[in-house]
Ligand binder design. Structure first.
Ligand code: NAP
Length: 329
């Protein structure tokens, strides 16, 4: 598969590494807003062509695009790529709103193209293991999913700079960046909640620094916590009446332990080499392109739609806003 890359941050490098390792991906071109950054990224990552003009990038012979730009760019760039006939795998959150996602997916469907969110949770082998393991811990009454990671950009923010990640105009902040990783397992493992409550604390920039959401299912409560201004070391937990599952990384689904009712532990989610992590989503993406009727593709679409609608509700409850007067960014 001949890929074009949009965005020249570290995450694009991780995707390239994983896609090359797992699928032998041909990373054929990169789009950057500046020739300087584009050339530096291309030479570091062995990419033959650099474009600074989106139209020429999309007129080239690339077949698929991986988008790793700030969240606010995902919708217009996804739309442009799909309209140009390219398959798209776009970083999380795939779009800001459900309506934007539905619009892009409709374009993809009408052209027989694949459009997916680059969310590790849905594609890592750990997902199936986790789902299977839930059957052995009895009745589940509560779960806590946490992704709290002190941002490397926070010192710059405190110095008065305006990094994208703390700039609401980029549709970023703790919830969009990290909270999404907590929403995915909740929806995938337990379905849609009957009630959602949520709140956040905000920086002066208007970005949410950290927050919590409570998802009420009739038989269980699922708590989501996320922060970019504090570091968690205790991970995520799922509590049943016959056992407990503890997971160190809910985004990568690695380092998971199951405790039985006696407290004896078994490793259920082993570590995965960093180079492979983003290769799983590239593998699924390429499989969906070969067979657009793959059941997992339909599942990814359905889960993304549910997750985006829950995210809209959590943002509404928490007062997380991006545009001047609305949530549409
Ligand atoms: N899957 C994961 O584990 C993971 C991890 C981190 C981030 N992400 C996601 O990846 C995406 C990018 O995150 P990031 O932290 O790399 O973002 P970023 O550094 O703010 O921007 C990424 C790239 O987009 C371009 N860009 C920057 N500002 C822009 C602007 N105002 N308008 C248009 N393009 C701009 C830049 O490339 P040029 O200057 O070369 O154009 C930059 O290298 C986000 O959606 C984030 O959620 C995912």
């Amino acid at each position: 598969m001949k890929y074009g890359i949009i965005g020249t941050g570290w995450i694009a490098e991780s995707f390239i590494e994983g896609a090359r390792l797992k699928c032998g991906a041909d990373i054929s071109a990169v789009y950057s807003r500046t020739a300087e950054k584009g050339n530096a990224f291309a030479s570091k990552n062995g990419i033959p062509r650099v474009f600074t003009d989106m139209e020429s990038f999309l007129a080239s012979d690339i077949e698929a695009v991986y988008i790793a730009s700030p969240n606010v760019c995902h919708f217009p760039q996804s739309k442009m790529c799909l309209e140009a006939g390219k398959h798209v795998i776009c970083e999380k959150p795939v779009t800001v709103t459900s309506a934007q996602y539905a619009e892009c997916k409709a374009i993809a469907d009408s052209k027989g193209l694949v459009y997916i969110e680059a969310i590790m949770y849905m594609h890592t082998p750990g997902r199936e293991i986790l789902r299977e393991s839930l059957n052995s811990i009895g009745r589940i009454s509560s779960a806590q999913f946490d992704f709290s990671q002190l941002s490397s950009k926070y010192p710059a923010y405190l110095r008065g700079e305006n990094p994208n990640i703390f700039n609401p105009e980029m549709a970023t902040g703790a919830f969009m960046d990290l909270g999404i990783y907590c929403v995915y397992p909740a929806i995938d493992l337990f379905g849609m909640p009957s009630k959602i409550t949520a709140d956040s604390v905000f920086l002066d920039s208007g970005a949410d620094a950290s927050g919590s959401a409570l998802l009420n299912y009739s038989d269980k409560l699922v708590t989501l916590t996320y922060s970019k201004t504090g570091q968690d070391y205790s991970g995520s937990k799922i509590l049943g009446d016959e056992g407990t599952i503890c997971i160190e990384s809910i985004s990568k689904l690695v380092l998971g332990l199951k405790f039985d009712s006696e407290g004896a532990q078994t490793v259920i989610l082993p570590d995965v080499p960093k180079a492979e992590l983003m290769g799983f989503e590239a593998e699924d993406f390429e499989r969906f392109i070969r067979n657009i009727r793959d059941d997992k593709y339909a599942l990814c679409d359905e889960t993304t739609r549910k997750v985006l609608s829950v995210m809209e509700k959590i943002r509404e409850c928490s007062g997380i806003r991006f545009g001047k007067d609305d949530n549409d960014a």
